[in-house]
Design a protein around this ligand. Structure first.
Ligand code: UD1
Ligand code: CA
Length: 461
């Protein structure tokens, strides 16, 4: 098959979003609308991707700068979709097929585009169309009595009869670049909107006896654009529904597919169960048999086989990542921050925060505690209310708690400090020096009792 060069139109204004951010940078499923389109372009093996920018060009271009397959071309001012394409063709080679996509139509699927490219077959003009009961606002497909496509007529230029047509142009086409280049040179703006219409190439194709093929679909969500916050939310919903189905088809048990949100990449092994209202962000991997309770936010982490995350847990590994080991139990109401690395069978209970710390097999922190910059040995039991004081206001220091240590409730371990293996820290201690292995260390303020102290009496007014 011929080379495919994708052109993404993204110069339009999008005033109805009522936002200072360019429309195509609004997010859907955790990615910019434009990024969805670029990712789909790479799935159809595009040789190159040209993005036409205009409104908010600098901001849009900045988001694309690290992708060397993508080239931006500016359209200033914006005189219509045909004018937009006129800015792009100078950078396209004649041996390719141009696949025209729209930066604000994020859910177009690679399969659909491949079918369109197959229809184009390197020689025809192929249009993606939609059969819809609600054609208002779109360009209509005008066919002759033999059913051959004759033209696309914009709503504003259409006769009342043409407005009845329920087959609309999606804004997506595949066309041999060599033909497109010649047709674009013939465009004018003699129409209701005084714009250069890309859709006028259909008339030229017909006049030049080039076959015009329409690939008509009925999945409206694939070609729906985002023009306002309502449409953005509707497409988000369609996208999430699609993701939920995909996971359930792989055997993931979602308690309710309507209450599942994926804003990144999720990989699930067998027998994963996910309760309602969970959000997955960034890169997340769930091992075999993992169970995620209701109302968890889980980002950038690996949860190994058999681990259970109880409700209302927040995990975000950001750049460093988080690992939850095999059979570990986390939550409810736990918080795992970047660099939390929990070994097998670790237990993290309610209101426990772990940051940049390694917990070896079987270690437990069951209630109300903070572990930051700590190395925790096997089977350590870290009591309620205990914290590592890891920050002296300037530098962060490590706390090492060796295997089999018991840290009594409400202790403060002032880093840098090492608690020797098998030792016990008496509850309420403030530990500032290393403690010997196997020892009981108690470091509390002295308790004072005043024998003849009398409770103050409330005075009458
Ligand atoms: C266009 C089609 C219409 C089709 C509809 C599908 C034309 C003339 N009409 O309508 O048949 O049913 O898409 O959504 O093509 N853009 C630019 N520069 C411009 C104008 C637009 O880059 O000067 C971009 C927009 O950012 C957007 C896309 O082109 O991504 C489509 O523009 P939009 O105004 O939404 O489409 P319509 O002209 O309404
Ligand atoms: Ca328009």
């Amino acid at each position: 098959m011929a080379f495919v060069d994708v052109v993404v139109m993204a110069a339009g204004k999008g005033t109805r979003m009522k936002s200072s951010m360019p429309k195509v940078l609004h997010r859907l499923g955790g990615r910019a609308l434009l990024q969805h389109v670029i990712d789909t372009a790479s799935q159809v093996q595009a040789r190159r991707v040209v993005v036409i920018t205009g409104h908010g060009a600098e901001e849009v271009e900045a988001t694309l700068s690290d992708n060397d397959k993508v080239q931006c071309v500016r359209q200033m001012p914006q005189l219509g979709t045909g004018h937009a394409m006129q800015q792009a063709v100078p950078v396209l080679a004649d041996d390719g097929i141009t696949l025209v996509l729209s930066g604000d139509v994020p859910l177009i699927q690679a399969d659909t585009l491949n079918a369109l490219l197959a229809l184009c077959d390197g020689q025809h003009l192929a249009l993606l169309t939609l059969q819809t009961p609600k054609p208002a606002g779109y360009g209509r497909l005008v066919r002759n009595p033999q059913g051959q496509v004759q033209a696309i007529v914009e709503e504003k230029d259409a006769t009342p009869e043409q407005r009845q047509i329920q087959e609309i142009y999606s804004g997506i086409m595949a066309v041999p670049t060599r033909l497109l280049r010649a047709w674009l040179a013939r465009l004018d703006n003699h129409n209701a909107q005084k714009e250069y219409y890309l859709t006028d190439v259909v008339k030229f194709a017909v006049a030049d006896a080039c076959q015009v093929q329409a690939h008509c679909i009925t999945d409206a969500w694939q070609v729906e654009g985002v023009n306002n916050p309502v449409q953005l939310a509707e497409l988000e919903c369609a996208y999430q529904h699609h993701q939920a189905l995909r996971f359930m088809e792989q055997g993931v048990r979602l308690r309710d597919p309507a209450r599942f949100d994926l804003r990144g990449q999720l990989e699930c092994a067998q027998d994963v169960e996910i309760d309602v209202n969970c959000i997955f962000e960034g890169q997340v991997r769930l091992g075999e048999g993992v169970k995620i309770g209701a109302n968890c936010v889980i980002a950038n982490c690996i949860i190994e086989a058999g681990a259970v995350i109880h409700p209302f847990t927040h995990i975000d590994g950001e750049q460093l990542g988080v690992t939850v080991g095999e059979g570990a139990r986390v939550g409810p109401f736990a918080r795992l921050r970047p660099g939390a690395d929990l070994g097998a069978d670790v237990h993290i209970g309610n209101f426990v925060e772990v940051k940049n710390s390694t917990l070896a097999k079987g270690a437990k922190a069951n209630h109300l505690a903070y572990l930051g910059d700590a190395t925790v040995g096997e089977r350590v039991n870290y009591g309620a209310g205990s914290i590592t004081a890891n920050y002296d206001g300037v530098n962060k220091h490590r706390t090492v708690i060796e295997a089999d240590v018991h840290v009594g409730s409400n202790s403060v371990l002032v880093a840098p400090v090492t608690i020797g293996a098998g030792g016990t820290i008496g509850g309420g201690s403030t530990i500032t020096k290393d403690t010997p292995a196997g020892a009981l260390t108690v470091a509390r303020a002295k308790q004072t009792s005043i024998a003849n102290w009398q409770r103050p009496v409330k005075t009458k007014k």
